[in-house]
Design a protein around this ligand. Structure first.
Ligand code: GDP
Length: 478
């Protein structure tokens, strides 16, 4: 067998999000590991694609509900253990790095300390994944984590897939030679973007789905076993592969009208979690409602790339319908109702007629508008989608981030008292684009400053269609 890929072991007390982290790390590669020598095929053993290593593979094990008490008691009596348990113990002893998953909101518990005592005996490098750092602007206090003696403390949100790229970057030093040298060829089949169509009932989600996936869908549906509540349809557009999640199940599984609404929100939550790109569909004839706004906030929270789809443009009121000014007005109205999605471009379409009328770049971008285009086919929506995904995938060098921020803070409003000079800042992820900045007092960063910095970053780098997140850290914690 060739050199085995490095192995990472996830440990931690229950409910800290080990399985979610496991899923987030292995999401691009659902296959179970075949050459995990002697391993039972089990959901807890998987492989992960390490993005900053050019998508090379590492092996990963989730120790599940294993607790130090069991470990200690059973460690010397492997005969008594189930096969799977022996494998977990072996994995812990052989791991290139052990990842202790902790809950950033709960700090250090005595159980955490117990686990740390155990894993230190194993003499492996160990890092802490400080999970549930979802609200990245909250300036969590991770000071207590330092006393545990981990080699690294890495904030992540497994649920929202935030900080995963940074997580890999900081684990790479523990992979030794494997992380160096020839990068593995990128396996193109791994690069597939998950797309979800969300919106309240009757805005035209199914109509849009039928239009944009067209024939491919017919193929998918004719396969046996596609009667589950959603069918993923794989398509290729603009040289990229997309997996579009079918939402038809919402209607099929609902008995009453209000149930359709609830299911709509439920499906949106579930699908957004995994999505790279969301089409948020609204009804141009009815305008934006409170429920649209509710779903829009789920889109924002998920951090995925977003496109606002003003559907039924053919039914939009008349002065709005056929002028660029009308589209601009509609877009302003949307921005008023859902200001937190102002980075998302707006496209006016008719799913029923299969037409895309025009698009606006998103309310916060400066644009020169051209007259409304001749209605085009809906395929143009993919041109836009590819553009936004490529915008998201930019990575900005730390030096450039620092220069940009330093510049912004000399010409912009004066936040110097708690921000101080921003000497250290870097991009820590791009799903969504996320920046970490070390400041004097991370707890005092005002919302206005985040917005100002986002605007500054956007002016230079675009990141159109994507939210920008900021993590502020106390400089003293470095
Ligand atoms: P969903 O509940 O969001 O999946 O909505 P559907 O796709 O089932 O559409 C709801 C209704 O709106 C259906 O009667 C569609 O025919 C109609 N519809 C959808 N898109 C358009 C459109 O662009 N223009 C017009 N005039 N009607 C549409």
């Amino acid at each position: 067998m060739t050199t085995q890929a490095p192995l990472i072991a996830l440990v931690g007390r229950p409910n800290v999000g080990k399985s979610s982290l496991f899923n987030a790390l292995t999401r691009k590669r659902n296959a179970l590991v075949a050459d995990f020598s002697g391993v039972t095929r089990d959901r807890r053993f998987g492989e992960a694609v390490v993005e900053p290593m050019g998508d090379k593979i590492v092996r990963i094990v989730d120790t599940g509900g294993w607790m130090p008490e069991q470990w200690r008691k059973n460690h010397d009596d492997k005969e008594l253990l189930q096969n799977i348990e022996v494998q977990i113990l072996k994995a812990l002893e052989e791991a290139s790095v052990i990842v202790l998953v902790m809950n950033i909101r709960e700090g250090v518990t005595s159980l955490d300390e117990d686990i740390v005592r155990y894993i230190r005996k194993l003499n492996r490098p160990f890092v802490i994944a400080a999970n549930k750092a979802d609200k990245l602007n909250e300036g969590y206090q991770i000071g207590d984590f330092f006393q545990l003696g981990a080699d690294e403390i890495i904030p992540v949100s497994a649920e929202h897939k935030v900080g995963i790229y940074d997580f890999w970057e900081r684990l790479m030093p523990y992979f030794g030679e494997y992380a160096k040298g020839e990068k593995a060829e990128k396996a193109p089949e791994d690069k597939i973007y998950r797309v979800t169509i969300v919106g309240r009932p009757n805005v035209g989600k199914s109509s849009l789905l039928n239009q944009i996936v067209g024939e491919e869908r017919a193929v998918a549906s004719s396969e046996p076993g596609t009667t589950t509540d959603s069918v993923d349809v794989e398509i290729e557009r603009g040289g990229h592969r997309f997996l579009v999640v079918d939402t038809a199940g919402i209607r099929r599984n609902a008995k009453r009208k209000d149930e359709v609404e609830d299911l709509g929100v439920m499906y949106a939550k579930r699908n957004l979690n995994d999505a790279d790109l969301a089409f948020l569909v609204v009804d141009a004839a009815e305008g934006v409602t409170a429920q649209d706004s509710r779903i829009a906030s789920l889109v924002e929270e998920s951090g995925c790339t977003a496109i606002l789809v003003a559907n039924k443009w053919d039914l939009a009121p008349m002065p709005i319908r056929d002028t660029v000014d009308g589209l601009k007005k509609f877009s302003k109205m949307m921005e008023k109702e859902i200001p937190f999605l102002d980075y998302a471009p707006v496209v006016a379409i008719s799913a029923e007629k299969g037409r895309l009328y025009d698009s606006l770049p998103g309310a916060d971008a400066e644009v020169v508008l051209e007259p409304l285009k001749m209605p085009n086919t809906l395929d143009d929506i993919w041109t836009l989608a590819v553009e936004l995904i490529e915008a998201r995938e930019q990575r900005i060098e730390p030096k450039q981030v620092q220069e940009l921020l330093a510049e912004a803070l000399t010409v912009g409003p004066q936040w110097g008292t708690f921000a101080g000079p921003m000497k250290k800042a870097h991009q820590v992820g791009n799903r969504p684009p996320q920046f970490m900045v070390f400041v004097k007092d991370a707890n005092k960063i005002p919302e206005a400053m985040r917005r100002y910095l986002s605007r500054t970053v956007r002016e230079r780098y675009g990141f159109r269609g994507n939210p920008i997140r900021w993590v502020f850290k106390h400089r003293a914690d470095r």
